[in-house]
Design a binder for this molecule. Structure first.
Ligand code: FE
Length: 190
């Protein structure tokens, strides 16, 4: 039997304490976990991107005011009060960071990956974005401009990646499945 990790032990101790003090119920914790597993996550952002690829009017609305454009979806999770979607083109590649901490549009992208909160990513992607992107496996053409967007508590960004040729004839579900979270941050392409 392997012993549980340190954070796991701490989480269990905290959970037992909170339940013991009557501050939270086990059912409430389960509800929260189900919410994050099934309803909050990058699949929401992927749905938005796939729709923008197929629906020019929606895409225009999304680029103009992303918060308003996604409102009808009623995504839960918050942090999209001022969401800005930036579009990748053959001339421009966009990448998102929060240099200060880890601001991230939870409702469309879920919880940020660990590296997004890493001081190395946060400081380096601003100074040497091409090098950092190359480390993610994304080699950008030297004449393609790179724009780095700094998310904050006020404005949070999501990238609208380009649709690759291989998905031109694919149905929506296939497209959604192909759009990885990292493409919404802009460290990879689809
Ligand atoms: Fe932040």
């Amino acid at each position: 039997m392997t012993s549980p990790s340190d954070p796991e032990l701490r989480a269990r101790a905290l959970e037992a304490l909170l339940i013991g003090k009557g501050l939270i119920t086990e059912a409430a914790i389960d509800d929260r976990i189900t919410l994050f597993n099934q309803r909050v996550g990058p699949m929401n952002g992927s749905r938005v991107v796939a729709r923008a690829w197929a629906d020019a009017a929606f895409k225009a609305e999304l680029l103009l005011d992303a918060t308003a454009a996604i409102a009808p979806y009623q995504f839960v999770g918050g942090q999209v009060d001022k969401l800005v979607v930036v579009e990748n083109t053959p001339e421009v590649h966009n990448v998102v960071v929060c240099t200060l901490c880890s601001c991230y549009p939870l409702a469309v992208m879920g919880l940020p990956p660990k590296w997004y909160k890493d001081p190395a990513y946060r400081s380096r992607v601003v100074r040497e974005p091409r090098e950092v992107l190359a480390e993610f496996g994304l080699m950008l053409n030297p004449d393609r401009e790179v724009r780095v967007w700094d998310s904050s508590a006020e404005v949070r960004y999501m990238v609208l990646p380009m649709m690759p040729q291989r998905l031109a004839a694919a149905d929506e579900a296939t497209r959604i499945a192909a759009i990885h979270r990292d493409a919404l941050i802009g460290v990879v392409e689809v």
